[in-house]
Design a protein around this ligand. Structure first.
Ligand SMILES: NC(=O)c1ccc[n+]([C@@H]2O[C@H](COP(=O)([O-])OP(=O)(O)OC[C@H]3O[C@@H](n4cnc5c(N)ncnc54)[C@H](O)[C@@H]3O)[C@@H](O)[C@H]2O)c1
Length: 384
C-alpha cells in the first residue's frame, strides 16, 4: 500500500538507522539523509543505502521529491525542523520529546493540525501485540474497572560519571532528561492501555550524578571511559511519580537511567477489579494475566489473540517478535495513513507528544515546587 512513498531521515544515529530499516521494509524509497555534517551524511547515505546525502537537514526538509520527513536528531532540533517540514507541505514522523517544553509542543501540534499533514510520534511500545491484548482486555471489561496502574522504566546506560550523551545537556536535550526520554514512553503506554488520563501528579526527581565527564561523540546506550573534563549536570537521572486518573485509578512509576543491570525495562501492571495484566518490554512475547483463582501467561500466538492484537502478530508463535518489529509496524502504519489520509486506531500523533510534554513539565514543576500539579486534559490538546 505504501510502496512508492518517498521519505527522508534527519539524524542518522541509533534511532535514525532503525527508522531507515523500517522505511525500507514498508516499501518506501529512502530518498535522502541529513546528519550533523555533510561528511557524516555521506557516510550515512552509504551505510543506510539512501539515494542522496543532503548537506543539511534544513535543505532536506524542503526538497520537492520527499513526502515524509523523519526527524531523529537531538531534541533541540525537533521543533525547528518539524515546523520547516510542515511549512514545506511534508508529512512528519517526529521523535519524542516533540519539543523542549509544553508551550512549544502545543504550537507545533497546532501547526500540524493547520497544515493537515500526518504528524506522528514513535511511541512504538504501543505496537507490541501483547500490549494490544492488554488494552483489549481493559476495553472489553475483562479486567473490570482499573484501580491501580503502576510500573517502572529502568535503564543503566548513564550509571557512571564517565557516561555521557547529548541528552545530559539541557540546551540539547531539554530541562528534563530521564522523564522526557523514557518516562514519556511509560506514561504514554499506561494511558494507551487503560484509556485513563492522568489528572494530577506529584513527583520527586533525582540527579544522583551532579557532575559528569564530558565526552565527545558518545553514542547512546554504550559505555566509555571518558577522558574529558568534569562539568556540572542539571538534568535528572531519575524520577518517581505518584498520580491519579480520570477513571478513578491511582498509580505510580519509577523512571531511571541509573539502575544497574536494567537495560530497557519498561514494565507496566494494571490492576482491575477482576484481573491484573502485566507487560514487560524485555519479555514482550507474553502477557501475564492474574486472577485470584489462577495466573495465565498469554503467549503471542496469533491464533489465540484478540483481533486487535492479532493484527500486529506477524510471525508464528515461538518465533519472537521484538522492538524492531514494533517500529516496523508503526512506520508502515504511518505511511498507510499518508496514503489513505486516515490514521489507524492507536497511531501515536503530535497530540500524544504534546500530552507527554505536558506531563514532563508537570513532573519538573511538582518536584521544584514540592506539590501536586493538575494535568487534566485540555480541550486544545484534542485538536492535533
Ligand atoms: N522512539 C524511541 O523509541 C526512541 C529511541 C531512541 C531515541 N529516540 C529519540 O530519537 C532522537 C535521537 O536519539 P538517538 O538515540 O538516535 O541519538 P543519537 O545521538 O544516536 O543520534 C542523533 C543523530 O542526530 C545527528 N545530528 C546532530 N545534529 C544534527 C543536525 N543539525 N542535523 C541533522 N542531524 C543531526 C547526529 O549526527 C546523530 O547521528 C532523540 O530525540 C531521542 O529521544 C526515540
Amino acid at each position: 500500500m505504501s510502496r512508492g512513498v518517498r521519505v527522508a531521515i534527519a539524524g542518522t544515529g541509533f534511532i535514525g538507522a532503525v527508522h531507515a530499516r523500517s522505511a525500507r521494509l514498508a516499501g518506501a524509497s529512502l530518498v535522502g539523509v541529513a546528519a550533523s555534517s555533510p561528511e557524516s551524511a555521506r557516510r550515512a547515505q552509504a551505510a543506510l543505502g539512501a539515494e542522496r546525502a543532503f548537506d543539511s537537514a534544513e535543505e532536506m526538509v524542503a526538497a520537492d521529491d520527499i513526502d515524509v520527513v523523519h526527524i531523529c536528531t537531538p531534541n533541540h532540533l525537533h521543533v525547528p525542523l518539524a515546523e520547516a517540514a510542515l511549512a514545506a507541505g511534508k508529512h512528519v514522523i517526529l521523535e519524542k520529546p516533540i519539543a523542549l517544553d509544553a508551550d512549544s509542543a502545543q504550537a507545533l501540534t497546532d501547526a500540524a493540525h493547520d497544515a493537515g499533514r500526518i504528524a506522528a510520534v514513535p511511541f512504538v511500545y504501543r505496537y507490541y501485540p501483547t500490549v494490544r491484548e492488554a488494552r483489549e482486555r481493559v476495553r472489553t471489561g475483562a479486567t473490570g474497572p482499573v484501580r491501580l496502574i503502576h510500573g517502572t522504566y529502568l535503564q543503566d546506560w548513564l550509571l557512571r560519571p564517565t557516561d555521557d550523551n547529548w541528552r545530559v545537556e539541557e540546551d540539547l536535550g531539554g530541562a528534563s532528561r530521564a522523564f522526557a526520554d523514557i518516562g514519556s514512553h511509560w506514561c504514554d503506554l499506561a494511558e494507551f492501555v487503560t484509556g485513563h488520563r492522568i489528572t494530577r501528579l506529584c513527583a520527586r526527581t533525582k540527579t544522583a550524578l551532579t557532575e559528569r565527564v564530558k565526552t565527545e561523540s558518545h553514542a547512546a546506550f554504550s559505555a566509555v571511559n571518558g577522558s574529558g573534563t568534569a562539568r556540572a549536570v542539571g538534568t535528572e537521572d531519575a524520577a518517581i511519580v505518584l498520580f491519579e486518573t480520570d477513571g478513578g485509578a491511582v498509580g505510580s512509576t519509577v523512571i531511571s537511567q541509573i539502575s544497574a543491570g536494567r537495560k530497557n525495562r519498561l514494565w507496566l501492571e494494571v490492576d482491575g477489579a477482576e484481573e491484573a495484566v502485566q507487560f514487560c518490554q524485555e519479555e514482550p512475547e507474553e502477557l501475564w494475566v492474574g486472577r485470584r483463582e489462577h495466573v495465565t501467561l498469554i503467549k503471542r500466538d496469533p491464533e489465540h489473540l484478540s483481533a486487535a492484537a492479532q493484527r500486529y502478530a506477524v510471525l508464528p508463535p515461538g518465533h519472537p517478535q521484538g522492538y524492531a518489529d514494533s517500529f516496523d509496524a508503526f512506520v508502515a502504519e504511518v505511511y498507510e495513513a499518508v496514503v489513505t489520509g486516515t490514521p489507524a486506531d492507536g497511531m501515536p500523533q503530535f497530540a500524544d507528544g504534546l500530552r507527554a510534554a505536558r506531563l514532563t513539565d508537570a513532573v519538573l514543576r511538582s518536584a521544584r515546587e514540592d506539590r501536586w500539579i493538575d494535568v487534566s486534559i485540555k480541550s486544545a490538546e484534542v485538536a492535533g
